[in-house]
Design a protein around this ligand. Sequence first.
Ligand code: SF4
Length: 178
Amino acid sequence: MLRQLGARDPLGLGLTARSEATAGREARILGAERVARSVCPYCAVGCGQLVYVRNERVIQIEGDPDSPISRGRLCPKGAASEQLVNSPLREYRVKYRRPYGTEWEDLSLDQAMDMIAERVIETRRRTWEEEDAEGRPLRRTMGIASLGGATLDDEENYLIKKLFTGLGVVQVENQARI
Ligand code: SF4
């Protein structure tokens, strides 16, 4: 009470409510060397983010008050997106489960890319439609479809659409729009 009165904090909501442990802490963004503006990759709302960087490493991600979409707010997913970059649980190896398999296997990226390329080429060849029953040109395959995730950014989606359209794939969609 005396401390509260002396500090002109009669309701105990100011500095006198602060413990020593709290006083010893500092904001995670204090050590940042620069701040980059970005957009949360998790869903189609597109909330603005401030990405705090030190030694070229992301140290914190917070809402951008200047974003007209979100005005500084992030939902729990967006507020935790720093873990998308730094989580020790982040998986860096390609995981593969064979047909009828019950366990995941680790594959090298080269091997996985070769397997995907072989399957795309084989499926496209097998399911290619040059024209319809009346002879009208189709030049497409309905044997391949692409469903992107919300963590893909605009540039990645642009390249995915360009690649698949070039292959004659017409079923190209993104989870963020669904
Ligand atoms: S912060 Fe939440 S609501 Fe905003 S874009 Fe990210 S996931 Fe969507």
